[in-house]
Design a protein. Sequence first.
Length: 405
Amino acid sequence: MTVKVNLHPDVCRDIEKFITSVKRRKSPYNLQEVTPNETGEITNLNVAKEAAEILRKVLSHVKGKDANIQVMIQQIREACRRMKAAYPYGPLISNVTRRVLYILRDEYQITKKEATPAEGSEGDEQPELKTGSFSAGAHVARTFNPALDSQLTSVPALHCGDDHRINFFQFKNNIMEHLTNNFMQDFDDVYKNIQKQAPEHIGEGEVILTYGYSQTVEKFLMFAAKKLKLTVVVCEAAPECNGHELAAKLTEQGIETLLIPDAMAYAYMARVNKVIIGTYLVVANGGLIAPAGTHGVAVAAQVHKVPVIVLSAMIKLTPTYPSTTDLNEFGRLRNPAEVLSFGDVSSASGGDCANWVSVLNASVDYVPPELIALFVTNDDVGRAYAPSYIYRLLLQLYNPEDSSL
């Protein structure tokens, strides 16, 4: 039996604005729900951050005597279901949701443990709940909100779905504080934590090949160029040709840059020391869902024994596989007119070609893990990971109960 979940009207309006602005790919009306980059384009990181902000608002509106962890989980899942209409960012939004649910469950276990009477305590006397900082596992110590301190002593403990009685208001305050001060802050530190590892992976005088445009790759290479001399070969990534933008930005910073057609990637690979690319998603087996054309570059690198390094935010790691329905939306075809316009087809052979020519313009490639050497992420450890280690990272990020949303 499906339980109908009603979200707060303010949250519903935020979700609609979010979906609308993402579908437009720009933010011409200065919608606060999605913040564009310098060029006005919506980036993966901005979408993830704004989705997390909406989920934070969902939790902030969970109130009343019937509020408990089950209600929180149901409302978070419902908000995720609605936001996934923002094509093609559904899998990324699912990852943000899984991470929020992981934090929610973890905080619940911490608060429940704190609220459970110690062994040997008399009767059903409730232990005094700490109003200081909590410390558990991967969570950093948090300072309790003084504004709620005077209220918590008079608030009765509420059931949160099992026999343990916890102070729901303290539990919710811990959740909100962790999301605001830690989880949301992680989005702001993504580029900084990835780019600071650049000198460890790029040597003096090396030739780096990249594909298309990635803001993460751009900042990574620019940071390396401050300390090292390097040459960057940029594949233009047709038909979008957004590699032109990256080449222009690197040139402006005084970095020696060579822009080449995608077909020349194999020919230039023999002169390249490393391939450094971005990605849309990292799937459970260590493979990539990346811009169309990336697979050919990775194969050329394997033939020439050139290591492929992938730069990815942790939020792009997804516990699903490339064959699952959740990722099928990435397999949609782009507008064929980007490759061959209808007018060109109609004018060929007196118009007969239009009846039998099909133009397939793929949006993404799947790159298997055997073509990848290392992943550089924004985790606190600051080290690179082999594709075979991705499954361990997924266990640290998400709860198995949330694999399917």
